[in-house]
Ligand binder design. Structure first.
Ligand code: HEM
Length: 354
């Protein structure tokens, strides 16, 4: 449980800072390894799902303590019980809110991301406090070592403990194996319980937000009128045919969704760095990208210079050798290495050198 929480916390921070880097880190947020975000967010959701049976069994093992009498023996005991209440509440909230978010179900009135982020700190703080308070007991237990284990077995607790641990390992194994295929594609045929299957979606790639849901279908259908606008020291506009006539680059990069699913794909399009150079962008310039969407949290995206000047970052026009489908961002979308899917802006309308 401790390892699962630590992994969730570390990978959660990676996700947070890749999406919202502090000002000083915007231009050094790394574009390598290209699979970095895919690995870290896949691990976040996998270890979070594995932690659910671990938490349930932990609560089952300790719930009789809820009814000890007297409920409070001293001020220190009262404080300790209050900190455990925070720990249990925060752990339960994190695991179940995270799980519901992966199925895009939000049965609460608040915004998931900032609350999940804040409660992560609360959970880690309460856990560190709990370990500190229990440290003398933990140390005494490990000092007793083999002697204590033998005493437990002699009392008849040994086999029960073994069965519990075996059952728990089986439960963790089962939920992991039936969900991890959503990001670890060699196991995709076992992906029975995850909300996404890596092969299900237009052009064999899942989508989170369709063109219809984003309200861009009328604009996408009017592609004859569409022009990519590039604002900078030497601004210009290009039609889709003019973009297709520019030198094209093919890259293999993953779409790695914040909700945990991911898959590699082959993308073809124009290098962003070539468009920036044509617009007269100075070295180290940042990029602002606007979508055809009229509203939505990710309608506008900013990209630090490391990503913007990376030779693998494209304004993609094709996916796996076919013209992008409307749901994958036709007429043009961003694809960059080591970026969360929500920042791979679809239905691009405008680029601006910053
Ligand atoms: C020990 C429990 C957990 C901790 C400490 C934790 C921590 C975090 C943190 C710090 C973030 C970054 C939030 C931000 O961008 O501001 C995050 C994001 C996320 N977590 Fe967790 N998490 C936990 C459990 C889970 C579980 C169990 C799941 C799913 C099964 C989950 C799914 C997600 C998802 C989907 C995001 C991305 C949200 C987004 O950017 O849209 N988390 N988590």
């Amino acid at each position: 449980m401790g390892v699962a929480v630590a992994v969730c916390f570390a990978t959660g921070l990676v996700s947070h800072y890749l999406q919202h880097p502090p000002g000083w880190a915007v231009d050094i947020a790394p574009s390598r390894p290209v699979w970095g975000y895919r690995f870290s967010q896949g691990l976040h959701v996998a270890s979070g799902i594995a932690a659910i049976p671990l938490l349930l069994v932990k609560l089952w093992a300790v719930y009789p303590r809820l009814f000890v009498w007297p409920p409070v023996r001293s001020v220190r005991h009262a404080l300790e019980r209050a900190s455990v209440a925070v720990l249990v509440g925060a752990a339960t909230f994190q695991l179940f809110s995270g799980l519901l978010n992966t199925v895009q179900w939000y049965p609460w009135p608040f915004s998931f991301v900032p609350v999940h982020f804040a409660v992560a700190w609360l959970l880690v703080g309460a856990l560190v406090l709990h370990l500190a308070v229990k440290w003398p007991d933990i140390r005494a237990h490990w000092r007793r070592g083999a002697e204590a284990t033998a005493a437990l077995s002699a009392e008849g607790a040994g086999p029960d403990r073994r069965s519990l641990l075996l059952g728990l390992a089986a439960a963790v194994g089962a939920v992991t194996v039936t969900t991890v295929g959503q990001s670890f594609t060699p196991l995709k045929s076992l992906d029975l319980l995850a909300p996404r299957h890596p092969d299900h979606g237009p052009q064999d790639l899942p989508v989170n937000r369709t063109a219809a849901a984003a309200g861009v279908l009328p604009a996408v259908r009017a592609v004859a009128d569409w022009r990519l606008e590039v604002a900078g020291p030497r601004p210009f506009r290009l039609s889709l045919d003019e973009l297709r006539a520019l030198p094209q680059t093919e890259v293999e990069l993953p779409i790695a969704c914040v909700e945990g699913w991911s898959k590699n794909a082959r993308w073809t399009g124009v290098r962003i760095k070539d468009l920036l150079e044509r617009a007269g962008a100075p070295p180290g310039a940042r990029l602002r990208v606007e979508s055809l969407e009229v509203r939505g949290t990710y309608r506008v995206m900013e990209m630090g210079s490391e990503y913007a000047h990376d030779p693998l970052t494209l304004l993609a026009l094709a996916l796996n050798g076919q013209v992008l489908s409307a749901d994958h961002g036709y007429p043009a979308r961003i694809i960059a290495p080591n970026r969360p899917g929500v920042l791979q802006t679809k239905w691009v309308a405008r680029l601006e050198v910053r």
